[in-house]
Design a protein around this ligand. Structure first.
Ligand code: AMP
Length: 216
């Protein structure tokens, strides 16, 4: 199975991806995670991407496309993959089409997670993350037992720079401007399905099961 999840930042793409992976053994490819790992390891890609990410802007298409072309050639993608956070612009979607064509494969579905901007702002400004192990917390419904300290590893729990409100508003504007047009792009290819992101953590998995049952 080869699928793309499209949704605004904070629409819960990562959570949906987790529930899908419990059922289907496919590679979960999050461009945000790959980029953050590169920033942490201080690679050339990380150094080039850092400033864009910190201000909520998109990293230039050339860097992302080159990164994804090599990632999609890795052996764990043979049995399928789930793309989370890519493509995010029309040129990236077109580049993906040509990469897939070169590899002789095609997409099964593009799933749009629909969510209201104000829900995103509420969700992301309360999100916290452990600097050491990556455990996710939320000041509203999953706070660390001791504020600022990770329950799991004792590391420092912080707010990601790109989860600050001004940056989130900027990321939402970028989403509406640059990524939302992909919804029409994939609709015109007849592979788009939309779900309400407030529908729970299994909403995409349920849709995939239903489609499978219907032989799609
Ligand atoms: P995410 O965790 O998916 O929200 O990604 C975090 C940040 O990484 C984004 O705000 C962008 O700066 C950058 N990023 C992730 N994926 C892409 C992409 N496909 N194209 C450009 N920039 C990206």
């Amino acid at each position: 199975m080869r699928i793309i999840l499209i949704g605004a930042p904070g629409s819960g793409k990562g959570t949906q991806a987790e529930s899908i992976r419990e059922k289907y053994p496919i590679a979960h490819i999050s461009t945000g995670d790959i980029l953050r790992a590169n920033v942490k390891a201080d690679t050339e890609l990380g150094r080039n991407a850092k400033e864009y990410m910190a201000s909520g802007k998109l990293v230039p298409d050339e860097l992302i496309v080159a990164m994804m072309e090599s990632r999609l050639r890795e052996s764990d993608c043979k049995d399928g993959f789930l793309l989370d956070g890519f493509p995010r612009t029309k040129p990236q979607a077109e580049a993906l089409d040509s990469i897939l064509e070169k590899l002789g494969i095609s997409l099964d579905a593009v799933i749009q997670l629909d969510v209201d901007d104000e829900i995103v702002v509420q969700r992301l400004t309360t999100r916290r993350v452990c600097k050491s192990c990556g455990e996710i917390y939320n000041t509203a419904f999953k706070p660390a037992k001791i504020e600022g300290i990770c329950d799991k590893c004792g590391g420092e729990v912080i707010q990601r720079n790109d989860d600050k409100e001004s940056v989130i508003r900027n990321r939402l504007a970028v989403f509406h401007e640059q990524t939302a047009p992909l919804i029409d792009y994939y609709r015109s290819k007849d592979i788009l399905a939309s779900v309400d992101a407030a529908g729970g953590k299994d909403v995409v998995l349920k849709l995939l099961e239903k489609r499978k049952g219907a032989g799609k």
